[in-house]
Structure formats: structure tokens, C-alpha cells
Design a protein around this ligand. Structure first.
Ligand code: AMP
Ligand code: MG
Length: 418
């Protein structure tokens, strides 16, 4: 297998992933889910002509000629609170008190705001006055929200593949959709591997380290919109890795995500276990950090093996797994996917120092600051892939393209703001 570029590897991975199935769920549970079907309006919005102000519904023609020197007076014949259904028809010379959102009565075609009238008592419970007067001419349609002016019945208001945000959910409720067909939230099984690993709360004996990847990756998986199944730590044996992967498959997870054990070490069993129970599409990528990054399937379940070093695991997640989860969540593939799942703003930054690279596509930890409308970047300390503190202190990853060995100080490069 030759060394794939990041783009080739990502495309090969995305081509093999299938979006999670769909389900109908209550609207209140739909936040951050991805629509599985277009949403077509089943009613007009607004559904009836209504007032956009608290005031008086009038016939616009009755107000013509109103001016400070010639105030117009109308008789108030009705009171229309929001939620009511006016049955009367407004005759010439008449007005009806009306509240915001209340239906415009027959005969009326405009609303004069209460502030524009001589009716100053606006405390709750005040009865309607016998008359109102005002000095302003109102045009037909003024302060009236017309039926269908926002949405027409039959309009497609949201599309399959759209992420449901708060405003989308509000609109669905407006249209009366109490349940929505969305993609299932993918379930991602997380596995750490290594005889040196112990849980974060276990004491450390010589040679042991805390498993930091499980915690970091769980948080990343959740931020990417999937659910986590924690498998824990596999020993560096075929049987231990196999047992945990079997447990995940029996739980019907949508993605198996491991860290470590996919390199060329004598105890790197993860790769072997996957190959004996499925296949690998690739197991190395031309990137830094994170060259030992594997993708394939284990008994028909997609598998991504991230490198063990924490910074490499983080970068591998951002470059590969976030997109993979995006595809599983139901985002449309192609450029749309990138735009939707990329959590980082991509910006051009000027490197303040000369950067030496090894020719692989590199993701380097940096601090970016804005100065006079330009972004300036400096690397954070040494770029060892076990140095998680330098990632903690970074606010960006600088992306040095494949084939580039030196970026002179003052040159522009792409960066992801973290
Ligand atoms: P490996 O891919 O197994 O050779 O691991 C590469 C490096 O990453 C080693 O130094 C491991 O100790 C370290 N490492 C592997 N898994 C984890 C983990 N879950 N948390 C922290 N470090 C890890
Ligand atoms: Mg190991």
C-alpha cells in the first residue's frame, strides 16, 4: 500500500461510510440532528392577516387627511385580543382595539399604533375608549402581517441534510411539525490500547501512564455530534483487542475508534485484529503528526485507528474523524460536508518565524494573534507529538502543505483556529 495524501485518504474513507439510519423523533429532541427529508410547509405563515402592533385596526381610507391641524376621530367598536376571532366587520368611521398577533377584522386594512393615538392609558385591564383621535395618515397594509408573507404553503423551507439549529426547530414548531424524520445520532465506540495505560484515577507505577486519549477523544466525539461508548483500555494482546471490538460490534456501534497499536511496533495488535476480521483501506497517511492512521472495517463496522501519541490522536481526529462522523450524521458528502462539519475557521496567517517541515502535510501547533487586520502566528514550543501542553497552549494549527520543506518567516500559510 503506497502512502496516501491526506485528501486521497479522506476521500477513500468518506466513500466507504454510509449515513446512519433515520428515525422519527419529537421536535424537542431534534437539536443538532440532521434532517433526513425535505420539509415542505403545510400551511401559510402567517396563517391569517394579523397586527404587528398594539393599537387600533382601521380602514386606511378613514385616516386620509389626518394632520396636526386636523385630527381624525374614529369610534372604537370592538376589542380584539390575541387568540380571539373577530366576527364583526369594521364600518366607515370605526376602529377596533387590537393586540399584536390578533387577527385583522373584516373591513380593516391597517393598524394605527396606540402610541400614535390620544389613548394613553395602556395599563393591563383598561377598557376600550369610546373614541380615539390621531394626527397621522396610515397607508393600507401598514402594521399588518399578511397571510403567507413569510412562508407559502408548499414552500420547501428546510432540506434533507440540513443541520437542525435552534431557529430551524422554532420554524418547524411554527409549521406544526411535532415530530421530525432525522438521522440517528451515530454511536462511536472508543478504545485505548497499550499495556502502559491505566485509568486517570489509578495510581501510576513505573512505566505506566494515564490514558488521556479516551477522555480527550470522548469529548471530541461528543463535540462532533455523536454518542460515545467507552470500551476502556485493551492490553497489547490479540485477545484483549479482539474482545473489546467484539463487545462494540454486539452493541451495533456505527464507528469503532481506537488509539495506538496501529504503528509498526512489536506489540501493535490493533491493525492485525482488524485485518483478520475485516480489512484495512489504508493504515498510513502522508501527514505529520499522525502518519500511522488506519481506516477500514471490522466485521462490516467502520474502523478508524488513530495514533497513540495524544497530539497525533487529536490532529487525526480533526483531519479525519470529524468528517467521518459528519458523514454518519447525514451531512451530504462533498464540499458541503467540509463546510458543515469543520468546526474551525480557516484563515490565512503570516508566520513570524521560519518553519522547517519534513515534506509531509503538517499540522503544527501555534498561537495566532490579530494585529491591524492581519493574523500573525508563532509555533508553541517543541512539536513532539506527546507534548499535549503545547496543544493546550495553542489556539491554531498551521497547515504546511505536502512537499514543502521550509516556510520562510513572513510567508502566509493556512491555519485552523481551534
Ligand atoms: P503506540 O501507537 O502504541 O506505539 O503508542 C504511541 C505513544 O502513544 C506511546 O508513547 C504511548 O504510550 C502513547 N499512548 C498510547 N495510547 C495512549 C493513551 N490512550 N493516552 C496517552 N498516551 C497514549
Ligand atoms: Mg502501544
Amino acid at each position: 500500500m503506497s502512502l496516501l495524501s491526506v485528501d486521497q485518504a479522506r476521500e477513500a474513507m468518506l466513500a466507504r461510510l454510509v449515513p446512519a439510519g433515520t428515525e422519527r423523533i419529537p421536535l424537542a429532541a431534534c437539536a443538532n440532528r440532521v434532517l433526513a427529508a425535505d420539509i415542505v410547509a403545510v400551511q401559510d405563515l402567517p396563517l391569517f392577516d394579523n397586527s404587528s402592533m398594539d393599537g387600533f385596526a382601521v380602514r386606511a381610507e378613514d385616516t386620509s387627511g389626518a394632520a396636526p391641524a386636523s385630527r381624525v376621530t374614529l369610534r372604537v367598536v370592538a376589542d380584539i385580543p390575541a387568540g380571539s376571532t373577530p366576527t364583526m366587520t369594521l364600518a366607515p368611521g370605526e376602529a377596533a382595539r387590537i393586540m399584536t398577533g390578533a387577527p385583522i377584522p373584516q373591513g380593516a386594512d391597517a393598524v394605527i399604533p396606540v402610541e400614535e393615538t390620544d389613548f394613553h392609558d395602556r395599563s393591563p385591564g383598561t377598557a376600550i375608549p369610546p373614541t380615539i383621535s390621531f394626527e397621522k395618515t396610515i397607508k393600507s397594509g401598514e402594521n399588518v402581517r399578511r397571510r403567507g408573507m413569510d412562508v407559502r404553503i408548499g414552500d420547501t423551507v428546510l432540506r434533507k441534510g440540513d443541520l437542525l439549529r435552534a431557529q430551524d426547530i422554532g420554524l418547524l414548531a411554527m409549521l406544526g411539525f411535532a415530530e421530525v424524520e432525522v438521522h440517528k445520532k451515530p454511536l462511536v465506540a472508543l478504545l485505548s490500547s497499550g499495556d502502559e495505560l491505566v485509568e486517570a484515577d489509578a495510581p501510576l507505577e513505573t512505566g505506566k501512564i494515564h490514558d488521556s486519549n479516551s477522555y480527550m477523544l470522548a469529548s471530541l466525539v461528543e463535540s462532533a455530534g455523536a454518542e460515545v461508548l467507552m470500551l476502556g483500555i485493551a492490553k497489547d494482546t490479540y485477545e484483549s483487542v479482539h474482545e473489546l471490538l467484539e463487545r462494540a460490534v454486539s452493541r451495533r456501534v456505527d464507528l469503532l475508534l481506537s488509539s495506538a497499536g496501529v504503528s509498526v511496533g512489536a506489540f501493535d495488535f490493533v491493525k492485525e485484529v482488524v485485518e483478520s476480521n475485516g480489512s484495512l483501506t489504508f493504515w498510513r497517511v502522508n501527514m505529520r503528526p499522525g502518519k500511522p492512521l488506519a481506516f477500514g472495517e471490522y466485521r462490516n463496522t467502520p474502523f478508524i485507528g488513530l495514533p497513540g501519541n495524544p497530539v497525533s490522536a487529536f490532529v487525526g481526529f480533526e483531519v479525519f474523524v470529524r468528517d467521518a462522523i459528519g458523514k454518519l450524521r447525514g451531512f451530504p458528502a462533498g464540499d458541503g460536508l467540509k463546510a458543515r462539519v469543520e468546526p474551525h475557521r480557516s484563515v490565512r496567517v503570516i508566520s513570524e518565524e521560519t518553519i522547517i517541515s519534513d515534506g509531509r502535510e503538517s499540522y503544527l501547533r501555534a498561537v495566532v494573534r490579530e494585529e491591524e487586520g492581519r493574523y500573525l502566528a508563532r509555533l508553541t514550543g517543541h512539536q513532539g507529538s506527546g507534548n499535549l501542553l503545547s496543544l493546550v497552549q495553542a489556539n491554531a494549527l498551521l497547515i504546511i502543505p505536502a512537499g514543502v520543506k521550509c516556510v520562510p518567516a513572513g510567508r502566509e500559510v493556512n491555519a485552523w483556529l481551534l
